[in-house]
Design a protein around this ligand. Structure first.
Ligand SMILES: Cc1ncc(COP(=O)(O)O)c(C=O)c1O
Length: 356
C-alpha cells in the first residue's frame, strides 16, 4: 500500500514495461526542452478534464505550490497586486512545504515553522456563508480538496461546491482543487470533481498519477496559465522522461473504457458491505464515508488500535482525522480481495470488542 499512490498495485506489467523501456533509452533532459512523452501526457490530461495546460513537477506539495503561485500571479498580471491571500478550509491537508502547511493551518504541522502571517486563511469546510464573509479585496482565490483525505475521508457536498464556484466567480477570484489524493480515478471519475459536478480553474494532481513513480502536475485553464511566462516557474526534474513514460501508461490504463465504471462498482460494493457491517455493529463503527475507492471507516474504539489489529492480520490502511482510518486499495482491486479485506476488518472489530 502507498497512501493512494499504487493506483494499479505493485509492478503492474504495463508500468514495468514503460519504465524499463524508457530507462534503456533516456533518463533525463531539462524541462527547458519539450519531450514527446511530456507533450503526450499534457494532451491526455487536458483532454480528460477542464484544463488547457499542464506544468509537470515531482510531488503533490510542489503541484500545490505551483497552483498558489499561479493564483497570485494571475491577479498580478491583471494589475491587481493586492490579491495575494488564499482561503483554505478546516481539516484540510495540502502537503508539508511552508506554503502548504500555512494553507491547511493545522497547528500540529505548523508549530515552529512559520514566520508570521503567510497569506492563508481557513474557514469551515462546507460553510458557504463563512467563505463569502472571509473574502475581501486582498483575496486571490480559494483552495480545497473535493474529497478531503487526511482530515478523515469527507466528500464535499456538491451543492456547497457549486456555491463556492459561484462565490469565486462573483468576486473574480480563482478556485484551485487539490486532487493529489482523490484524483486520477480514485473516486470513480478521472478527477473527483467530475463526480461532484463543479469545475475549478486550477488543479493539483500527484500520488496515483505515477502509480508509485514520483510525478505530479499542476493543471490550469489557458486564461490562468498564460499569466506564467518564461522564467516565472521551473523544476529541474519535473517532466523527466521516466516519470512521463510511467504516467502515460497509468493514464492509458485508467482512462480505458470501462475502467472507471469498475472503480465505481467496486467502491459501491466495498462501501455497501462496510455500511452493512456498521449497521449490524453500531457499537463498533460510528460511520462509513467516501467516494469510489476512497473510503473512510470511523470506529468507536481508538483508530490506532484498529489499525494495528488490521496490520497484524495482513491489511495495511492509514489513519485519518476524526479518529478514522482510510482504505485506499489499488483501483484494479478484485472482488475476492475486497472480500478478504472485509473479513479482516470484521475480525479486527471483533477483537477490539472483546478487548474493550
Ligand atoms: C490532499 C493532499 N494534498 C497534497 C499532498 C502532498 O503531496 P506530497 O506528499 O506528494 O507532497 C497530499 C499528501 O498526502 C495530500 O493528501
Amino acid at each position: 500500500m502507498g497512501i493512494a499512490v499504487n493506483s494499479l498495485g505493485h509492478c503492474h506489467p504495463r508500468l514495468v514495461e514503460a519504465l524499463t523501456e524508457q530507462a534503456g533509452s533516456l533518463w533525463h533532459t531539462s524541462n527547458l526542452f519539450r519531450i514527446p512523452a511530456g507533450e503526450e501526457l499534457a494532451e491526455k490530461l487536458t483532454g480528460l478534464c477542464f484544463a488547457d495546460r499542464a506544468f509537470f513537477c515531482n510531488s503533490g506539495a510542489e503541484a500545490m505550490e505551483c497552483g498558489f503561485k499561479m493564483m497570485r500571479r494571475y491577479h498580478h498580471a491583471r494589475g491587481d497586486t493586492r490579491r495575494k491571500r488564499i482561503i483554505a478550509f478546516s481539516d484540510s491537508f495540502h502537503g508539508r512545504t511552508l506554503a502548504t502547511i500555512a494553507a491547511a493551518g493545522n497547528p500540529a504541522h505548523c508549530e515552529g515553522f512559520l514566520a508570521g502571517d503567510s497569506g492563508f486563511d481557513q474557514t469551515p469546510f462546507g460553510d458557504a456563508g463563512a467563505l463569502a464573509q472571509a473574502i475581501d479585496g486582498a483575496t486571490a482565490g480559494v483552495v480545497l480538496e473535493p474529497v478531503q483525505g487526511e482530515g478523515g475521508i469527507r466528500p464535499a457536498d456538491p451543492a456547497w461546491l457549486g456555491e463556492v464556484r459561484a462565490i469565486c466567480d462573483e468576486h473574480g477570484i480563482l478556485l484551485l482543487f487539490d486532487e493529489v489524493q482523490c484524483g486520477v480515478g480514485r473516486c470513480g471519475g478521472f478527477y473527483a470533481h467530475q463526480q461532484l459536478g463543479v469545475e475549478p480553474d486550477l488543479l493539483a494532481s500527484a500520488k496515483g498519477l505515477g502509480g508509485g513513480f514520483p510525478v505530479a502536475a499542476c493543471l490550469a485553464r489557458e486564461e490562468v496559465a498564460s499569466c506564467m511566462v518564461a522564467g516565472s516557474h521551473g523544476s529541474t526534474f519535473g517532466g523527466n522522461p521516466l516519470a512521463m513514460s510511467v504516467a502515460n501508461a497509468v493514464v492509458d490504463e485508467i482512462a480505458q473504457p470501462g475502467f472507471l465504471d469498475r472503480v465505481r462498482e467496486q467502491g459501491e460494493y466495498f462501501r455497501g458491505a462496510l455500511e452493512e457491517l456498521a449497521r449490524t455493529n453500531p457499537g463498533l463503527i460510528r460511520e462509513i464515508s467516501g467516494l469510489g475507492l476512497m473510503i473512510g471507516v470511523f470506529p468507536h474504539a481508538d483508530a490506532g488500535a484498529f489499525l494495528s489489529a488490521l496490520r497484524e492480520k495482513g491489511l495495511l490502511a492509514v489513519k485519518g482525522g476524526n479518529n478514522s482510518i482510510r482504505l485506499l486499495p489499488p483501483l484494479n482491486v478484485g472482488r475476492e480481495e475486497i472480500d478478504e479485506a472485509l473479513a479482516i476488518i470484521q475480525s479486527a472489530l471483533a477483537e477490539l470488542e472483546t478487548a474493550a
